[in-house]
Design a protein around this ligand. Structure first.
Ligand SMILES: *[C@@H]1O[C@H](CO)[C@@H](O)[C@H](O)[C@H]1NC(C)=O
Ligand SMILES: *[C@@H]1O[C@H](CO)[C@@H](O)[C@H](O)[C@H]1NC(C)=O
Length: 360
């Protein structure tokens, strides 16, 4: 009886000391890895962390440039607004994802908006699933602004915050999530990457309605080095600005001269870059004037860097041409990226691709 009690006490003592040791080790680990958790660094120096999304107090109030020379009054309101704030680049971060791992191979950076809950959910369950492919670590991050969308009168911001608590995969800035603000998303992403995620060797940047064959992507990347420049996708060469105000891609002559084609640029639906190129783009994006179309903006930066993006036929950013069988698993074995799939199609393709039947 007494013996048993001593044994019991002994056991408790053991458990206590092991726990204590663990705590000390953990604290030492965190102290080394996240020294800012214990010091009073300015907020802007604090890297992303799931428990403490940091707010960067930079350029919070960027005043409008009301010089009439800058704002032609015949332009649509949104373009006038764009020009008035063209010099505003840095916006506070509202939410940050979990930290990037040291051995991160491929970062999937996906542009999304608050209302696209279903798309994000499908991506997390299918090709965007965090983990490893051929032994290489993959991480998913959604790039978002602040949405004014409402569902039955309710703001969607609390939903986003809940999503980030559950999945730690949201990077959100304090600007309105509009089409003309997509270049701000680009600039914000590049800057965040340089500061907080440059351990990643490669980056896939794309929309939340693309399907990506991550196996093929990793296979393709094996032949590349993160320390060399590389940007590959569906490349547009020789496109000229659309001058019709009613179209989505309208660019007024005040923003881009007539009859001059854009430099080659990757279709924003999805393209892949090496770390070296992302870091270079970040430096250039601080200098090049903001442009209404984010993918053309990337092209403008590439030109300044003296880089040529490379075309790859597996990036079907305009979907399949007529006659293609959209939902065949064999078709998807050959591609890298397909644009414009809804969440159900995404899940069906994923399921079909898990099938090990030969595709002869
Ligand atoms: C506003 O635009 C004018 C004309 O381009 C420029 O000279 C001026 O520096 C701008 N002001 C700000 C605050 O950016
Ligand atoms: C971009 O975001 C800013 C900051 O939220 C907002 O004031 C502005 O209206 C937005 N611009 C456009 C063109 O939507």
């Amino acid at each position: 009886m007494k013996m048993a009690r001593v044994q019991c006490l002994w056991k408790r003592l053991m458990v206590c000391s092991v726990t204590l040791l663990c705590c000390i080790l953990l604290r030492m680990y965190y102290h080394q890895r996240y020294p800012w958790m214990w010091s009073n660094l300015p907020h802007s120096a604090i890297p992303s962390h799931p428990m403490a999304p940091y707010i960067v107090q930079e350029n919070v109030k960027c005043s409008a440039n009301d010089s009439t020379e800058v704002i032609p009054s015949h332009l649509p309101q949104s373009y006038q607004e764009f020009l008035r704030h063209r010099h505003c680049r840095a916006f506070p971060i509202l939410q940050a994802p979990s930290p990037c791992e040291d051995d991160l191979y491929l970062l999937l950076a996906i542009k999304s908006t608050a209302a696209q809950v279903e798309r994000r959910s499908a991506l997390r369950d299918t090709w965007g699933r965090a983990g490893r492919i051929q032994g290489r670590r993959i991480k998913l991050v959604f790039l978002m602004g602040r949405s004014h969308d409402k569902v039955q009168g309710h703001d969607l911001q609390p939903l986003l915050e809940w999503e980030n608590r559950c999945y730690s995969d949201i990077l959100q800035w304090d600007f309105v999530d509009s089409f003309l603000n997509l270049t701000r998303k680009e600039v914000g992403f590049l800057s965040w990457f340089s500061r907080a995620c440059s351990s990643a060797q490669f980056v896939f940047k794309g929309d939340d309605d693309v399907f990506v064959n991550t196996e093929n992507l990793v296979e393709f990347l094996r032949a590349h080095k993160p320390t060399n420049h590389m940007l590959t996708g569906h490349i547009h060469g020789g496109s000229v600005p659309w001058r019709d105000e009613g179209t989505k891609y309208f660019v007024p002559v005040e923003m881009y001269p007539d009859r001059k084609p854009y430099p080659p640029f990757p279709s924003g639906g999805g393209y892949i870059m090496s770390r070296q190129t992302v870091l270079g783009l970040d430096v250039m994006a601080q200098k090049v004037k903001l442009f209404p179309l984010d993918d053309v903006f990337v092209g403008l930066c590439l030109r300044e860097m003296g880089l040529n993006p490379t075309f790859h036929s597996g990036f079907l950013t305009f979907g399949f041409s007529a006659g293609h069988q959209r939902l065949g698993p064999c078709v998807y074995q050959e591609i890298m990226v397909v644009h414009k799939l809804n969440p159900v199609e995404m899940r069906v393709i994923w399921l079909l691709m898990q099938d090990t039947l030969p595709c002869a």
